[in-house]
Every structure is written in C-alpha cells, then in structure tokens.
Unconditional design. Structure first.
Length: 715
C-alpha cells in the first residue's frame, strides 16, 4: 500500500481556483482520503460538456481516525434539506451510521468547485457522484482491511463502520483503526457499482432534518451572526429609483457623528461604525440629490411595454401542422395570460462579512453561488481567485435570489478600503429594492378541440417566462411552442430580474392548465377525464389519478359549484399533480384555499420526510404568487419595500395539505425543491372557476380581479 502523498494541484478550468491537495490534507489532518471525479460520474456533465465544466477536478471524502466521515461539497444548505439527504446517500454507500457523517458545504478553500445550488440539481446531479465516491471509499476500506486481517477481499463485508470476515464476524476491524495515524490518498481505477435499492438501509428512509435542533433553538449561525474583532457595520446610500443618478451630496452632518467612517468613491457612499444602529442614524443625515428617470413604465402598462420590446421568437417545439389542426377543430380558443413581478423576499436579507488579512480575503456570505462569488470578489479586488475564500454559513432562504452577490462585492470593497472587517447586511427595504425579481410575463395560446373533446390544436407563445414548463406534454398532434426572450433576462425590464423558485414554470403552468380547463368546460367534460383522455404519458396519468383518489374526486363538469380545481406539470425531472378546494366570497372577492392534495413522482425519494417538507413548503409559498404577491412600481421606483404592502402567505391562509410520494425507487432521484410550486396559480384559478364560474387570466388573483371576473370583465 502506497501511503505517500501526491503533490499535485488541480486547477478548475472555469474559475482558476487552485486546491493544493498536500496543503488540504495537512490542514484536515489524518485519515483516508478518497479522491473521485465529480463531473465524470454526473448526468449533468454529459449534458453540459460544451460549456467546459471541469472533468478532471477531484473532490475530497475523508474517513477520519475516529471513524467519522467528512463530506466536502460545493453545495450549500438554504433550507432545502440536502445537508440531510446527501449525508444519507454517502452513509448508505459507505456503510456507516448517518450520525457519523459530517457535511462541509460551500467552503471554497475546502470543497470541490461547484457552479452553485439552484434548479433542484443537488440530488439529481451531485448525488450520483457522491454515491459513487461512497462506493469507492467502501471498496478502498475493504482492500485495506484485507491486508490487515489477511483475508481475501471476497470474504469481507461491511456494516456500521466495521469491515468483517463473513465466515467469522469476530475477525473484524473498524474504519477508525484502518485510518489511525495515517494520511492516505486512494483513487481506484476500477469503479465499484453503487448499491441497488434492495440493499438500501438509509436511503429512502424518512429522516428528520439534521439542522433542525440548531435552527429551532437559535444556535444556527447565519452570515449576520458573524462578529469579528474590530468589525465595522456598513450602511450604504441607495438611489431612490432604478436608473437614478447622483447629482450632489452633503455629508457634513453625517461626519459629525462620533466614531463614524465615511467612504465616498464616485457614486458609492458608505457609512461605517462599530454599532449598526449608529451607522444607520448617520446615513439618515446624508443629504443627497438624485436625477430620477421618467420612463413612463409602471405595473399597469408593463405588459404592453414588454410586448412592444419583445425579442424575435424561437420555436422550441413543433409537431404536425397548425393549419390542419385548426381545420380539424370544432371549437377554437384564444386567450392571453399575464403574470406580474414577484420578489424573493427571503427571511434573511443578503448579508456578507469580509475580512482582509495580508493578501488573503475571507468572506462569510449568504450566497447560493460561493465559487462564482469567489471569482467576482477577486475581480473586484484585482487579486488572484485563489486568494479569496468564501464560507457560506446557513442561508435563511434563497429561492434563486441569492445567486447574485452584490452584498459580497460591497463588503470586500469596504474591507479593503477601511482595512477592517466589514459587515454589509441589507435592510428589508434594500432587499426589496435590490432584488432580481421574477419577471413579468405574457402567454398567448390558441387551441382547439374536436367534437369528441380531443385537443387538435395548440399554438403556444410565451414572452419573458422562458421555456421551462412551456413544451406541451399532452398528446396533441398539431402543436407549436414559441419562446420570446429568455426566462429572466432582456433589457426590456425596468430593473433586474432573475430566477425565482421553478423559474418560468409557475407562469407557464398557470397558462397551460387554465387553457386546458377552459377547453374541458366548453366540451362539458370533467376536467380530470379531459386531461386523462388527452394524455399518453403514463407517469402523468398516474400522478393525476393518485391525487384524485386521495382527494375523493367525483366527476363533474365545471363550474360545478364545489370549488374543486386540478392541475399538473413537470419540473426538475419530477412529475406532479394537484387538486385544490377553495371557497370564494362573491362580495369581497376573497379566496380561501381549504385543501390541497399533491401527488409527486420524483423517482427515488432519498429522504421522504424531507421531500414531504419541500412539497408542503412549495404549496405554502405558491399561495403567495397565486393570490397576493405583486411588485408595484413607477418610473423605476419600487413601491413595495416591506411586508406591509407586499403580502406573503400567513398561517391564516394555509389549507389542509396532503402529500403523496409515488413509490418509484428503481428510477433515478429527481428534483424535489421546486415541482410542487408550479401548479399553485393554475389549481387555484381552476378551483375559483369551478366555485363561481369566474375565470382569472392574471396573477396574482387579488380580490379586485376576482370581483372583476365575477362581473364578466376578463382583466
């Protein structure tokens, strides 16, 4: 056995990040280090080879002298539960107890490069690589034990961190003993197979979140909890509107505040103090004049503006002939669906603490993208990327909004200028103002059915929501899907837009499933029967029928007066369907969602308890974009800067939530953090129509719009 350390640096092709294996192992201590190719074993790598993702970068897995296992992953924990499910996968493949696995997440000095945590990709794409590493680690331990016990490998097996002779279990050795006093690197050439579902002991079993105790007791540390000696708290002067330009500024009154330090570089003005409230009070004394833009764009005319400036459409999917489909249709339906801007509004605003020591910069930050943040910070400071270390503590929610790292750039800039550690923690108003909102979007659909209720035509045009969730999965012989603009980019928006939990799919599912219900109602068919008749996808039919059975669905054409709605879709590889029951107050327009039943086929559910929690969270969060969440603005001025006007779901909104996870453990695991949110707009809209015969074409479905729909007004 070769116990000599290899002195090799592995360079990430994209970010020029260097991890010196000798230095890493010197810091991490004794143990057995399993080096495995992360991306070679990933489905994601096969899909994205053209984008030069690293294929030669090795991740670290350590079995320590105490038998504890440490997993180093570039993924982060922001409430989605991968701190538990990834540990389950590793523990099962290594044959150790779950409590013996420690997760080190997102630390750019210790963990392998990762593009970021988003898109429900951690389990789908990192999970297979992690399981492969675990299987490799188990094989390495068996080979080491074979020499120690003088027993051929074929007679050895493992259980709970022990390698034993299957012929006589008394002849055994622990993983800890194998690792004792050593610093060993092993990398097998012949890759062992991962376990079959029938062999699982931990994967597929419900486990409570490993971070639950820390979070409910307040012991969990977030970026805002980091306090360093001599640290200054920064408050930054913000413009009153997007696009506003600083004309002049008077800092004289702020300068009179004792102990205050002021940074003024061009339009960048920051007030710093050892106490955050004093920094805030000093900022309020700054007198600044801005030239505010007069764009004429607001939340009332935004859709006309977006259509006027839309990019040329690209056909994303096409089959058959639309003209033929139209001629075969007995009834034609043309509708337009609208969806406004939505804020991420995470519980924890963007925060970063930066410290400069010599030529090294360390940042504790709430970020979904620590490795891109590392490069961004290095570029801002004009230093090599390897001189920057990003450490993400727990994140208090992200939903796509913490993929941008503005607060990190601000913190490192101020730390360099002041020579002291600096914390930048956005206020709630800054969080709303600086957000990259979910983009407003428009969807136009022309569809048709024949006299038997078969969909014969589907002409789908999506503006600004992107392709996610847009391609039709119904069995329609003549269909076309055209996409105008990306999922969130484009210069037509009056402020930054970005990914928001299941980007685009919420809007696309709202439009598609509303249109399906409109056709079912016109055909005087039960909406479940109509969907099943127009589907050949077995997984989709199964989740629909499973949800219906759990709900106790009885066939009836809408509007039936019952207030039952149905919707289905796919996201992150997962197939999902839901049925909701609502109650509508015709006088006030208030909608109360009373019950939601959701069935989900996500392949292998690594942690069913975690998956259930994610489904419940999606349904709860989805109530917000469906019923109340909308950003109001005028000329770049954001009019919703706190929760007094921007309403998110409250306990009083919550329905009875019932979830079903389809048993499909022989299929690869799929995403679970986003699928159950995509249908909420559609399922509530369809339930409203079934209750009172009012069809809503714009999200959110606020009481005013419900009353307009009741009066026969579409908008």
């Amino acid at each position: 056995m070769n116990e000599e350390l290899l002195d090799i640096d592995f360079r990430n092709k994209q970010s020029e990040t260097l991890i010196d294996r000798r230095e890493f192992i010197k810091v991490a201590g004794a143990g057995i280090y399993i080096l495995y190719s992360l991306w070679d074993t990933s489905i994601f790598a096969q899909q994205r080879r053209g984008n030069s993702l690293p294929s030669d970068f090795n991740a670290f897995l350590k079995i320590g002298e105490d038998g504890k296992v440490t997993c180093y992953t570039g993924k982060i924990e922001m409430g989605q539960g991968v701190i538990t499910s990834l540990a389950q996968e590793l523990a099962d493949e290594l044959d150790v107890k779950l409590e013996d696995v420690q997760m080190i997440m997102g630390d750019t000095d210790l963990c392998p490069w990762d593009m970021g945590t988003f898109g429900s990709m951690s389990t789908r794409f990192f999970g297979p690589a992690l399981r492969a590493a675990g299987a490799e680690g188990r094989r390495v331990l068996i080979e080491l034990a074979s020499k120690k016990l003088n027993v051929p490998v074929k007679y050895l097996s493992t259980e709970d961190g022990i390698v034993f002779d299957k012929r006589t279990r008394k002849n055994k050795i622990s993983y800890a003993a194998l690792a004792k006093g050593k610093k060993i690197e092993r990398h097998l050439q012949d890759k062992p197979e991962v376990k079959k579902p029938s062999e699982f002991k931990i994967i597929g079993k419900p486990e409570l979140r490993r971070d639950s105790y820390e979070k409910v007791t307040g012991k969990a540390k977030y970026s805002g909890d980091i306090q360093l000696p001599g640290m200054l708290y920064a408050r930054i002067l913000r413009p009153p509107a997007h696009g506003a330009k600083l004309v002049d500024v008077d800092l004289s009154e702020a300068q009179k505040v004792e102990g205050v330090q002021i940074i003024h570089e061009g339009d960048f003005i920051a007030i710093l103090h050892k106490y955050p409230d004093v920094a805030g009070a000093a900022l309020s004394k700054v007198k600044a004049n801005f030239d505010k833009p007069k764009t004429g764009i607001n939340d009332k005319n935004i859709f006309d503006h977006l259509l006027k400036h839309a990019e040329k459409g690209e056909v994303a999917a096409k089959a058959g002939d639309l003209a033929e489909g139209e001629s075969e249709s007995k009834k034609i339906f043309e509708e337009t669906y609208l969806d406004g801007y939505k804020a991420h509004s995470p519980m924890e605003p963007h925060t970063a603490v930066a410290k400069v020591e010599g030529d090294k910069v360390t940042v504790w930050a709430s970020t979904q993208t620590p490795f891109p943040a590392k490069d961004e910070a290095a570029k801002e400071l004009g230093i090599p990327s390897k001189k920057v270390r990003i450490i993400p503590p727990f994140l208090g929610g992200g939903f796509g909004g913490k993929s941008r790292n503005i607060q990190i750039i601000e913190a490192v800039r101020l730390a360099k200028l002041t020579g002291k550690p600096v914390q930048v923690a956005w206020t709630r108003e800054e969080e709303f103002f600086n957000d990259s909102f979910r983009p407003a979007a428009i969807i136009k659909i022309k569809s048709g059915i024949n006299d038997k209720g078969k969909i014969t035509l589907w002409d789908y045009h999506v503006y600004y929501a992107g392709e996610r969730g847009a391609p039709v999965f119904y069995d329609i012989p003549n269909n076309s899907t055209t996409v105008y603009g990306s999922g969130w980019g484009g210069s037509a928006h009056p402020f930054a837009t970005g990914a928001w939990r299941a980007p685009g799919n919420n809007t696309n599912t709202f439009a598609r499933e509303s249109q399906i219900d409109i056709m079912a109602a016109k055909a005087k068919m039960d909406p479940l029967e109509f969907r099943l008749q127009n589907l050949t996808d077995k997984k989709m039919k199964n989740v629909l029928q499973t949800a219906a059975d759990k709900f106790g669905w009885k066939p009836a054409a809408a509007p039936s007066g019952r207030g039952f709605g149905i919707a289905c879709g796919t996201d992150a590889g997962t197939t999902v369907a839901a049925i909701a029951e609502v109650e509508v107050n015709k006088q006030t327009g208030h909608v109360q969602v009373k019950r939601v039943v959701c069935a989900q086929d996500m392949g292998l559910a690594v942690n069913p308890e975690g998956a259930k929690i994610q489904m419940e969270g999606c349904i709860t969060m989805g109530l917000g974009y469906a019923l109340k969440e909308d950003i109001h603005f005028k000329d770049g001025d954001i009019l919703d800067l706190n929760f007094d006007t921007y309403e998110i779901p409250r306990f009083s909104w919550l329905p009875k939530i019932e979830t079903i996870i389809i048993d499909n453990k022989n299929a690869p695991p799929q995403g679970g953090g986003e699928p159950a949110i995509i249908f909420m707009g559609a399922v509530v809209a369809n339930a409203i129509y079934d209750a009172v015969g009012a069809r809503l074409f714009q999200l959110p479905m606020i009481p005013e719009r419900v009353k307009q729909a009741l009066s026969g007004n579409k908008k």
